[in-house]
Design a binder for this molecule. Structure first.
Ligand SMILES: C[S@@+](CC[C@H](N)C(=O)[O-])C[C@H]1O[C@@H](n2cnc3c(N)ncnc32)[C@H](O)[C@@H]1O
Length: 254
């Protein structure tokens, strides 16, 4: 969930991501627009594509197609993106956007479950780049696939790798589901003028989000830690986790 409104971001966007912001204006979006990448992240992906001479990309998690469009426009004429989406409402809107922007020859939208579609894509391997931006609990499985089917010197890029600012905590965030019961008790038994103090009330920076962040389960947390840990292996990768609002891990496969 991104904060798109800060003055700092607007300054960066106005100077460096004008084209990506313009794309946003031409596209149709649904109510989950806030989970797509930002224009500056779209520009960052474009720079990686242009500077590494990327021609073939696999994307997991299309949503309404914004990141696919940013990447497609950075590709050379003979470049191609295969993007996978399992929600038909999302893919329906993405299709409209790809048509609207005349990108059907550069983008293949694959509708279905990512692991199954990746299997189908294996015959077209090796690819130059993978962009992972879908269900967090499967990131290590997507990495297993990338390890086999992304070229040496290719890029593995994943969004949300800070897992809503929980990935670096020492243990899985504990459930705070009893706080209202403790408050019930306190309302009866704390003196008038007494203090009620509670810790962790930002709930790992998730309490102000419009809905419960999907996937901050123990399984996702363990998966994301393992994912980042594996990509930090300097024998196999040259990597960084960029501290964007959501966290974006970028790895060059050695
Ligand atoms: C964060 S959104 C992608 C945003 C998009 N990359 C962008 O920045 O414009 C994640 C998308 O992945 C899709 N998704 C989640 N799990 C999936 C799976 N196992 N297979 C295919 N798509 C999946 C969701 O339906 C959602 O549309």
């Amino acid at each position: 969930m991104r904060n798109n409104s800060s003055i700092k971001l607007q300054y960066i966007r106005n100077l460096f991501a004008k084209e990506q912001e313009k794309i946003e204006k031409y596209c149709t979006f649904g109510k989950k627009q806030c989970i797509q990448i930002t224009p500056e992240e779209g520009k960052l992906l474009s720079i990686f594509i242009k500077s590494r001479n990327v021609k073939s990309i696999v994307e997991i998690g299309t949503l309404y197609g914004y990141s696919s469009i940013c990447m497609a426009r950075a590709l050379p004429e003979d470049g191609h993106i295969y993007t996978i989406e399992n929600n038909s409402q999302h893919s329906g809107i993405a299709k409209e956007n790809f048509c609207l922007l005349n990108l059907n020859s550069k983008i293949t939208l694959m509708e279905g479950i990512a692991l199954e579609k990746l299997d189908e894509l294996s015959i077209k391997a090796p690819f130059d780049m993978i962009f992972i931006d879908a269900d967090k609990g499967n990131y290590t499985k997507y990495l297993d696939w990338a390890e086999s089917y992304i070229k040496q010197g290719g890029l593995i890029i994943a969004d949300n790798t800070l897992l809503f600012n929980t990935v670096f905590l020492e243990s899985v965030p504990k459930d705070k589901g009893n706080y209202t019961k403790y408050l019930d008790w306190a309302e009866s038994y704390i003196k008038q003028g007494g203090l009620i103090i509670a810790d962790n009330t930002l709930l790992f920076n998730t309490v102000f989000l419009e809905s419960v962040p999907k996937g901050v389960s123990e399984q996702s947390w363990r998966c994301m830690r393992e994912f980042n840990q594996r990509l930090s292996d300097e024998e196999k990768y040259y990597s960084i986790l960029i501290p964007t609002e959501e966290g974006m891990t970028v790895s060059l496969k050695l």
